[in-house]
Unconditional design. Structure first.
Length: 278
């Protein structure tokens, strides 16, 4: 989820965005599809709208409110930049932590892709959708629509949002635009994007929304899990978010960093926390 120290020329950005890597290798999006199939998830393609998307859906025992809310998992920023300086031709994650969290979770669940990720490009896609505007209003609204469609297909009344890393930023921003949110849980999330970019001397995400600057209420329970050893998103960089939303719960876990050990420990750290967040 790195952001570069200096801004490359626009012409280079557009050229790289148009570049297709023609080889016999499996694409990151195809590898995610293969992992979803191996986990027994239903793959739903949504080709319409400004931004095509994919939903990986795990249905509950029955399409009823008794199955509980649909838990929607949101992935990290993936690889928006190459070498920290050039926009990536394909930002799709190569390490799908959020998808692995889904496979270890009980109840109905869904994993939704981001606009312009997963090899899904429309005429609306530009490099800004995975660089400076990765949390922009257009991205958030597109994902709100996808989350609503996932809920419709699952047949549940409520949604619980779980976001990993930059997906945690989106989880908060999406929840602010829904009225049926049961809970929000983030994992290693850069909840104050301004403080995060300043800490790393990255370019500011000037086209993006910042949860720490939001003026919207958070009426739902929220829990934010952070690793004590996380140098990608140090806990100190999120302080302004918790000053803005003092009712939000935060748990800093010793021995965890940005990647370790969320997937391995997910059943024990997530399910009780989600259930008991006030």
């Amino acid at each position: 989820m790195k952001t570069p120290v200096r801004n490359p020329r626009l012409a280079l950005q557009l050229a790289l965005a148009a570049l297709l890597v023609l080889c016999g290798c499996t694409s990151p999006g195809q590898r995610l599809d293969e992992r979803a199939r191996a986990a027994g998830l239903e793959i739903v393609h949504l080709p319409g709208g400004d931004f095509p998307s994919v939903i990986y859906l795990k249905r509950g025992p029955a399409a009823s409110t008794a199955a509980g809310p649909l838990t929607v998992f949101l992935e990290s920023d993936g690889i928006p930049w190459r070498d920290g300086r050039q926009p990536s031709a394909d930002p799709t994650t190569r390490q799908p932590v959020a998808l692995e969290l889904l496979t270890r979770s009980a109840g109905p669940a869904a994993y939704v892709t981001r606009p312009c990720y997963h090899g899904l490009r429309s005429d609306r896609c530009t490099v800004e959708h995975w660089t400076g505007g990765r949390y922009s209003p257009a991205v958030v609204e597109a994902m709100v629509a996808t989350v609503r469609e996932a809920q419709r297909r699952a047949g549940t009344d409520e949604i619980a949002l779980v976001g990993y890393s930059g997906g945690g930023v989106l989880a908060v921003l999406i929840a602010e635009r829904l009225d049926n949110v049961a809970s929000v849980v983030t994992v290693a999330a850069n909840l104050d994007t301004d403080a995060w970019t300043e800490h790393h001397s990255y370019l500011p995400l000037s086209q993006s929304l910042n949860p720490a600057s939001s003026d919207r209420p958070h009426p739902w329970p929220e829990l934010h899990l952070q690793g004590a050893n996380d140098v990608v998103v140090p806990a100190a960089t999120t302080a302004r978010y918790f000053a803005r939303y003092p009712q939000a719960q935060r748990r800093i876990i010793a021995g965890f960093d940005h990647v370790c050990c969320w997937v391995r420990e997910w059943p024990s750290i997530a399910e009780p926390s989600t259930a008991h967040a006030p």
